[in-house]
Design a protein around this ligand. Structure first.
Ligand SMILES: NC(=O)c1ccc[n+]([C@@H]2O[C@H](COP(=O)([O-])OP(=O)(O)OC[C@H]3O[C@@H](n4cnc5c(N)ncnc54)[C@H](OP(=O)(O)O)[C@@H]3O)[C@@H](O)[C@H]2O)c1
Length: 318
Protein backbone atom coordinates (compact mmCIF):
# COMPACT_ATOMS: atom_id res chain seq x y z
CA UNK A 1 0.00 0.00 0.00
CA UNK A 2 2.74 2.45 1.04
CA UNK A 3 4.64 1.50 -2.07
CA UNK A 4 1.61 2.35 -4.28
CA UNK A 5 1.24 5.77 -2.63
CA UNK A 6 4.96 6.39 -3.15
CA UNK A 7 4.68 5.45 -6.85
CA UNK A 8 1.64 7.66 -7.27
CA UNK A 9 3.46 10.62 -5.72
CA UNK A 10 6.41 10.11 -8.04
CA UNK A 11 4.06 10.07 -11.08
CA UNK A 12 2.28 13.16 -9.81
CA UNK A 13 5.58 14.99 -9.34
CA UNK A 14 6.57 14.08 -12.90
CA UNK A 15 3.24 15.26 -14.31
CA UNK A 16 3.43 18.57 -12.44
CA UNK A 17 7.09 18.99 -13.42
CA UNK A 18 6.42 18.31 -17.11
CA UNK A 19 3.34 20.56 -17.09
CA UNK A 20 5.31 23.41 -15.47
CA UNK A 21 8.17 22.94 -17.93
CA UNK A 22 5.90 22.91 -21.02
CA UNK A 23 3.89 25.85 -19.66
CA UNK A 24 7.08 27.88 -19.08
CA UNK A 25 8.47 27.05 -22.54
CA UNK A 26 5.16 28.08 -24.16
CA UNK A 27 5.08 31.33 -22.17
CA UNK A 28 8.67 32.23 -23.05
CA UNK A 29 8.13 31.35 -26.73
CA UNK A 30 5.01 33.50 -26.81
CA UNK A 31 6.85 36.41 -25.18
CA UNK A 32 9.68 36.21 -27.68
CA UNK A 33 7.36 35.93 -30.69
CA UNK A 34 5.21 38.80 -29.48
CA UNK A 35 8.11 41.09 -28.64
CA UNK A 36 10.44 40.37 -31.52
CA UNK A 37 8.48 38.93 -34.44
CA UNK A 38 4.88 40.12 -34.30
CA UNK A 39 3.86 42.71 -36.89
CA UNK A 40 1.01 45.12 -36.05
CA UNK A 41 -2.20 44.88 -38.06
CA UNK A 42 -3.05 47.65 -40.49
CA UNK A 43 -5.43 49.52 -38.21
CA UNK A 44 -6.63 51.90 -40.92
CA UNK A 45 -7.81 48.93 -42.97
CA UNK A 46 -9.20 47.11 -39.96
CA UNK A 47 -11.17 49.95 -38.34
CA UNK A 48 -11.79 52.15 -41.35
CA UNK A 49 -9.92 54.96 -43.05
CA UNK A 50 -10.95 58.46 -42.01
CA UNK A 51 -12.73 57.25 -38.89
CA UNK A 52 -12.33 58.68 -35.38
CA UNK A 53 -10.32 57.62 -32.37
CA UNK A 54 -11.49 58.92 -29.00
CA UNK A 55 -8.79 59.22 -26.34
CA UNK A 56 -9.55 60.19 -22.75
CA UNK A 57 -6.69 61.77 -20.80
CA UNK A 58 -5.33 63.10 -24.07
CA UNK A 59 -3.33 65.91 -22.46
CA UNK A 60 -0.07 64.09 -21.75
CA UNK A 61 1.84 60.86 -21.29
CA UNK A 62 0.35 57.73 -22.82
CA UNK A 63 -2.80 59.52 -24.04
CA UNK A 64 -0.69 62.06 -25.93
CA UNK A 65 1.40 59.28 -27.50
CA UNK A 66 -1.80 57.56 -28.72
CA UNK A 67 -3.11 60.81 -30.22
CA UNK A 68 0.10 61.52 -32.11
CA UNK A 69 0.33 57.96 -33.43
CA UNK A 70 -3.33 57.94 -34.49
CA UNK A 71 -2.74 61.27 -36.26
CA UNK A 72 0.22 59.76 -38.13
CA UNK A 73 -2.10 56.95 -39.20
CA UNK A 74 -4.73 59.42 -40.48
CA UNK A 75 -7.35 58.87 -37.81
CA UNK A 76 -9.43 61.87 -36.80
CA UNK A 77 -9.22 62.37 -33.06
CA UNK A 78 -11.56 63.21 -30.20
CA UNK A 79 -9.30 64.74 -27.57
CA UNK A 80 -10.81 64.46 -24.12
CA UNK A 81 -9.38 65.96 -20.96
CA UNK A 82 -10.17 68.31 -18.13
CA UNK A 83 -8.05 71.29 -19.18
CA UNK A 84 -9.17 73.19 -22.28
CA UNK A 85 -5.81 74.92 -22.55
CA UNK A 86 -3.87 71.64 -22.53
CA UNK A 87 -6.32 70.13 -25.03
CA UNK A 88 -5.79 73.07 -27.38
CA UNK A 89 -2.02 72.56 -27.10
CA UNK A 90 -2.50 68.90 -27.95
CA UNK A 91 -4.70 69.83 -30.88
CA UNK A 92 -1.84 71.95 -32.23
CA UNK A 93 0.62 69.07 -31.79
CA UNK A 94 -1.74 66.77 -33.66
CA UNK A 95 -2.13 69.25 -36.51
CA UNK A 96 1.65 69.61 -36.72
CA UNK A 97 2.01 65.86 -37.13
CA UNK A 98 -0.75 65.67 -39.73
CA UNK A 99 -2.58 68.78 -40.91
CA UNK A 100 -5.26 66.71 -42.63
CA UNK A 101 -6.79 65.06 -39.59
CA UNK A 102 -9.88 66.52 -37.96
CA UNK A 103 -10.01 67.00 -34.20
CA UNK A 104 -12.76 67.49 -31.68
CA UNK A 105 -12.17 68.69 -28.14
CA UNK A 106 -14.33 67.31 -25.34
CA UNK A 107 -13.63 68.94 -22.00
CA UNK A 108 -14.72 66.97 -18.95
CA UNK A 109 -13.38 66.35 -15.48
CA UNK A 110 -14.07 62.63 -15.19
CA UNK A 111 -13.52 62.61 -11.45
CA UNK A 112 -16.46 64.93 -10.87
CA UNK A 113 -19.40 62.60 -11.09
CA UNK A 114 -20.86 59.43 -12.55
CA UNK A 115 -24.13 61.21 -13.21
CA UNK A 116 -25.93 59.94 -16.32
CA UNK A 117 -26.63 63.47 -17.64
CA UNK A 118 -22.95 64.39 -17.38
CA UNK A 119 -22.08 61.48 -19.69
CA UNK A 120 -25.03 62.22 -21.98
CA UNK A 121 -23.45 65.63 -22.57
CA UNK A 122 -20.19 63.97 -23.57
CA UNK A 123 -22.04 61.57 -25.86
CA UNK A 124 -24.00 64.40 -27.52
CA UNK A 125 -20.70 65.96 -28.61
CA UNK A 126 -19.47 62.82 -30.38
CA UNK A 127 -22.64 61.01 -31.44
CA UNK A 128 -22.36 62.04 -35.10
CA UNK A 129 -18.75 60.93 -35.48
CA UNK A 130 -17.79 57.51 -36.80
CA UNK A 131 -15.76 56.53 -33.74
CA UNK A 132 -13.91 53.28 -34.41
CA UNK A 133 -11.37 53.29 -31.56
CA UNK A 134 -12.02 54.20 -27.94
CA UNK A 135 -9.06 54.51 -25.57
CA UNK A 136 -10.09 54.61 -21.92
CA UNK A 137 -6.85 56.10 -20.69
CA UNK A 138 -7.55 58.94 -18.23
CA UNK A 139 -6.60 58.14 -14.66
CA UNK A 140 -4.74 59.41 -11.67
CA UNK A 141 -3.13 57.59 -8.81
CA UNK A 142 -3.09 58.44 -5.15
CA UNK A 143 0.16 58.14 -3.23
CA UNK A 144 -1.08 58.91 0.23
CA UNK A 145 -1.97 57.10 3.43
CA UNK A 146 -5.56 55.92 2.98
CA UNK A 147 -6.84 57.38 6.26
CA UNK A 148 -5.31 60.81 5.65
CA UNK A 149 -7.49 61.41 2.61
CA UNK A 150 -11.20 62.13 2.48
CA UNK A 151 -13.75 59.67 1.19
CA UNK A 152 -14.49 62.03 -1.68
CA UNK A 153 -10.83 61.96 -2.65
CA UNK A 154 -10.88 58.14 -2.92
CA UNK A 155 -14.26 58.08 -4.64
CA UNK A 156 -13.01 60.71 -7.09
CA UNK A 157 -10.19 58.33 -7.89
CA UNK A 158 -12.66 55.50 -8.48
CA UNK A 159 -14.95 57.75 -10.55
CA UNK A 160 -12.10 58.77 -12.86
CA UNK A 161 -10.36 55.41 -13.24
CA UNK A 162 -13.29 53.00 -13.18
CA UNK A 163 -16.54 54.99 -13.40
CA UNK A 164 -15.61 56.99 -16.50
CA UNK A 165 -14.50 54.01 -18.65
CA UNK A 166 -17.75 52.25 -17.74
CA UNK A 167 -19.95 55.25 -18.53
CA UNK A 168 -18.18 56.19 -21.77
CA UNK A 169 -18.03 52.61 -23.01
CA UNK A 170 -21.71 52.17 -22.22
CA UNK A 171 -22.65 55.30 -24.13
CA UNK A 172 -20.63 54.26 -27.19
CA UNK A 173 -21.19 50.51 -27.26
CA UNK A 174 -24.09 50.61 -29.75
CA UNK A 175 -22.09 52.80 -32.11
CA UNK A 176 -19.05 50.57 -31.85
CA UNK A 177 -20.97 47.34 -32.44
CA UNK A 178 -23.12 48.59 -35.29
CA UNK A 179 -20.32 49.57 -37.66
CA UNK A 180 -19.57 47.63 -40.86
CA UNK A 181 -15.95 47.19 -39.84
CA UNK A 182 -14.46 46.09 -36.57
CA UNK A 183 -14.03 48.62 -33.77
CA UNK A 184 -11.55 48.70 -30.91
CA UNK A 185 -11.54 49.49 -27.22
CA UNK A 186 -8.24 49.88 -25.41
CA UNK A 187 -8.56 49.96 -21.64
CA UNK A 188 -5.42 51.27 -20.01
CA UNK A 189 -5.14 49.22 -16.84
CA UNK A 190 -1.76 48.73 -15.11
CA UNK A 191 0.63 46.01 -13.99
CA UNK A 192 -0.16 47.36 -10.52
CA UNK A 193 -3.60 45.72 -10.77
CA UNK A 194 -1.97 42.59 -9.38
CA UNK A 195 -1.57 43.76 -5.80
CA UNK A 196 -1.69 46.81 -3.56
CA UNK A 197 1.50 48.73 -2.80
CA UNK A 198 2.15 51.05 0.16
CA UNK A 199 0.05 54.22 0.03
CA UNK A 200 -1.87 52.93 -2.99
CA UNK A 201 -4.98 50.84 -2.55
CA UNK A 202 -7.76 52.43 -4.58
CA UNK A 203 -5.63 52.97 -7.70
CA UNK A 204 -4.67 49.29 -8.23
CA UNK A 205 -8.22 48.29 -7.28
CA UNK A 206 -9.63 50.48 -10.07
CA UNK A 207 -7.11 48.96 -12.47
CA UNK A 208 -8.22 45.47 -11.45
CA UNK A 209 -11.78 46.57 -12.12
CA UNK A 210 -10.78 47.73 -15.59
CA UNK A 211 -9.12 44.39 -16.32
CA UNK A 212 -12.22 42.42 -15.36
CA UNK A 213 -14.38 44.88 -17.31
CA UNK A 214 -12.12 44.31 -20.34
CA UNK A 215 -12.56 40.53 -20.03
CA UNK A 216 -16.30 41.08 -19.94
CA UNK A 217 -16.26 43.30 -23.04
CA UNK A 218 -14.01 40.84 -24.87
CA UNK A 219 -16.27 37.89 -24.04
CA UNK A 220 -19.50 39.69 -24.96
CA UNK A 221 -18.54 41.91 -27.89
CA UNK A 222 -15.33 40.28 -29.15
CA UNK A 223 -16.88 39.43 -32.51
CA UNK A 224 -17.43 43.16 -33.23
CA UNK A 225 -14.81 44.85 -31.09
CA UNK A 226 -11.11 44.18 -30.59
CA UNK A 227 -10.77 44.68 -26.87
CA UNK A 228 -7.35 45.23 -25.40
CA UNK A 229 -6.43 45.21 -21.75
CA UNK A 230 -3.18 47.17 -21.58
CA UNK A 231 -1.25 46.55 -18.36
CA UNK A 232 2.02 48.47 -18.43
CA UNK A 233 4.60 48.57 -15.67
CA UNK A 234 6.40 51.88 -15.23
CA UNK A 235 6.04 54.40 -18.07
CA UNK A 236 7.86 57.71 -17.80
CA UNK A 237 4.95 60.14 -17.40
CA UNK A 238 3.56 62.64 -14.92
CA UNK A 239 1.68 60.00 -12.91
CA UNK A 240 5.00 58.45 -11.75
CA UNK A 241 6.89 61.74 -11.48
CA UNK A 242 8.49 61.19 -14.91
CA UNK A 243 10.59 58.41 -13.38
CA UNK A 244 13.43 57.19 -15.59
CA UNK A 245 15.70 54.16 -15.90
CA UNK A 246 15.38 50.53 -14.87
CA UNK A 247 12.30 48.91 -16.31
CA UNK A 248 10.67 52.29 -17.09
CA UNK A 249 9.68 52.72 -20.73
CA UNK A 250 8.64 55.77 -22.72
CA UNK A 251 4.98 56.42 -23.63
CA UNK A 252 5.93 55.91 -27.29
CA UNK A 253 7.28 52.40 -26.60
CA UNK A 254 4.18 51.65 -24.54
CA UNK A 255 1.71 52.55 -27.27
CA UNK A 256 3.81 50.95 -30.01
CA UNK A 257 3.45 47.65 -28.14
CA UNK A 258 -0.26 48.28 -27.63
CA UNK A 259 -0.82 48.81 -31.35
CA UNK A 260 1.43 45.83 -32.15
CA UNK A 261 -0.94 43.60 -30.17
CA UNK A 262 -4.27 45.30 -30.96
CA UNK A 263 -6.59 42.85 -32.72
CA UNK A 264 -4.16 39.99 -32.13
CA UNK A 265 -4.02 39.61 -28.38
CA UNK A 266 -6.34 40.62 -25.57
CA UNK A 267 -3.72 41.27 -22.88
CA UNK A 268 -0.86 43.58 -23.65
CA UNK A 269 2.16 43.81 -21.38
CA UNK A 270 4.29 46.22 -23.38
CA UNK A 271 7.78 44.77 -22.89
CA UNK A 272 9.34 41.57 -21.54
CA UNK A 273 10.57 43.32 -18.38
CA UNK A 274 6.98 44.33 -17.58
CA UNK A 275 5.75 40.77 -18.16
CA UNK A 276 8.33 39.39 -15.73
CA UNK A 277 7.65 42.16 -13.23
CA UNK A 278 3.89 41.51 -13.33
CA UNK A 279 4.33 37.75 -12.96
CA UNK A 280 6.74 38.09 -10.03
CA UNK A 281 4.54 40.71 -8.39
CA UNK A 282 1.45 38.52 -8.73
CA UNK A 283 3.07 35.27 -7.58
CA UNK A 284 4.92 36.72 -4.61
CA UNK A 285 1.94 38.67 -3.35
CA UNK A 286 -0.27 35.62 -3.40
CA UNK A 287 2.10 32.89 -2.34
CA UNK A 288 4.98 34.48 -0.49
CA UNK A 289 4.06 37.71 1.30
CA UNK A 290 7.31 38.04 3.31
CA UNK A 291 9.40 37.79 0.15
CA UNK A 292 7.00 40.16 -1.65
CA UNK A 293 7.66 42.77 1.01
CA UNK A 294 11.41 42.38 0.60
CA UNK A 295 11.54 42.15 -3.19
CA UNK A 296 8.72 44.37 -4.39
CA UNK A 297 8.17 46.79 -1.56
CA UNK A 298 11.91 47.20 -1.20
CA UNK A 299 13.74 50.22 0.08
CA UNK A 300 14.06 51.73 -3.40
CA UNK A 301 10.33 51.57 -3.90
CA UNK A 302 9.64 52.96 -0.45
CA UNK A 303 12.12 55.78 -0.98
CA UNK A 304 10.52 56.60 -4.30
CA UNK A 305 7.05 56.64 -2.79
CA UNK A 306 8.11 58.63 0.26
CA UNK A 307 9.88 61.19 -1.89
CA UNK A 308 6.90 61.37 -4.20
CA UNK A 309 4.48 61.79 -1.33
CA UNK A 310 6.58 64.41 0.43
CA UNK A 311 7.04 66.45 -2.74
CA UNK A 312 3.43 66.27 -3.82
CA UNK A 313 1.05 66.23 -0.90
CA UNK A 314 -1.67 65.95 -3.49
CA UNK A 315 -1.26 63.44 -6.34
CA UNK A 316 0.15 65.04 -9.45
CA UNK A 317 -2.80 64.28 -11.65
CA UNK A 318 -5.51 65.28 -9.24
N1 LIG B 1 2.91 55.89 -16.19
C1 LIG B 1 2.88 54.68 -15.67
O1 LIG B 1 3.87 54.17 -15.10
C2 LIG B 1 1.64 53.85 -15.84
C3 LIG B 1 1.72 52.49 -15.54
C4 LIG B 1 0.59 51.73 -15.67
C5 LIG B 1 -0.59 52.28 -16.12
N2 LIG B 1 -0.64 53.61 -16.39
C6 LIG B 1 -1.91 54.16 -16.84
O2 LIG B 1 -1.71 54.90 -18.02
C7 LIG B 1 -2.78 55.84 -18.18
C8 LIG B 1 -2.23 57.17 -18.59
O3 LIG B 1 -1.43 57.68 -17.56
P1 LIG B 1 -0.05 58.38 -17.85
O4 LIG B 1 1.00 57.46 -17.38
O5 LIG B 1 0.01 58.86 -19.24
O6 LIG B 1 -0.10 59.58 -16.81
P2 LIG B 1 -0.43 61.13 -17.03
O7 LIG B 1 0.62 61.74 -17.89
O8 LIG B 1 -0.64 61.67 -15.68
O9 LIG B 1 -1.79 61.12 -17.86
C9 LIG B 1 -3.01 60.95 -17.24
C10 LIG B 1 -4.05 61.61 -18.11
O10 LIG B 1 -5.32 61.46 -17.48
C11 LIG B 1 -5.89 62.74 -17.32
N3 LIG B 1 -6.73 62.84 -16.15
C12 LIG B 1 -6.39 62.63 -14.86
N4 LIG B 1 -7.43 62.87 -14.05
C13 LIG B 1 -8.46 63.23 -14.86
C14 LIG B 1 -9.80 63.63 -14.63
N5 LIG B 1 -10.30 63.70 -13.39
N6 LIG B 1 -10.58 63.93 -15.67
C15 LIG B 1 -10.09 63.88 -16.93
N7 LIG B 1 -8.83 63.53 -17.23
C16 LIG B 1 -8.02 63.22 -16.20
C17 LIG B 1 -4.70 63.68 -17.18
O11 LIG B 1 -5.12 65.02 -17.41
P3 LIG B 1 -4.30 66.28 -16.86
O12 LIG B 1 -3.26 66.56 -17.91
O13 LIG B 1 -5.31 67.36 -16.77
O14 LIG B 1 -3.70 65.89 -15.56
C18 LIG B 1 -3.80 63.11 -18.26
O15 LIG B 1 -4.20 63.52 -19.52
C19 LIG B 1 -3.51 55.85 -16.83
O16 LIG B 1 -4.67 55.07 -16.95
C20 LIG B 1 -2.53 55.17 -15.89
O17 LIG B 1 -3.19 54.55 -14.81
C21 LIG B 1 0.46 54.41 -16.27
Amino acid sequence: MLCAIYDFNIYLAWVIGIYTFVHSVCMITKLVIRNYFRKPLNIQERYGKGTWAMVTGATGGIGEAYCLEFAKQNFNIVLSGRSLEKLQDMEEKVKKINGKVKTKIVTADLGETVDVDFYKKIYEQVKDLDISILVNNAAWGEVAPFDEKSLDFHLGNARTNAGAPTMITHSLIDKLTSRNKKSAIINVSAAGQNAPVPYAGVYPATKRYLTIFSYFLHDNFGDKIDVQNLTPGYVSTKIVGHRKGGDTISPEVCIKSSLRDLGQEFNCLPVIAHSIYAQVFHTLYRYCKPLYKVVVVDEVEMTHLRKFYNTHKEPLSH
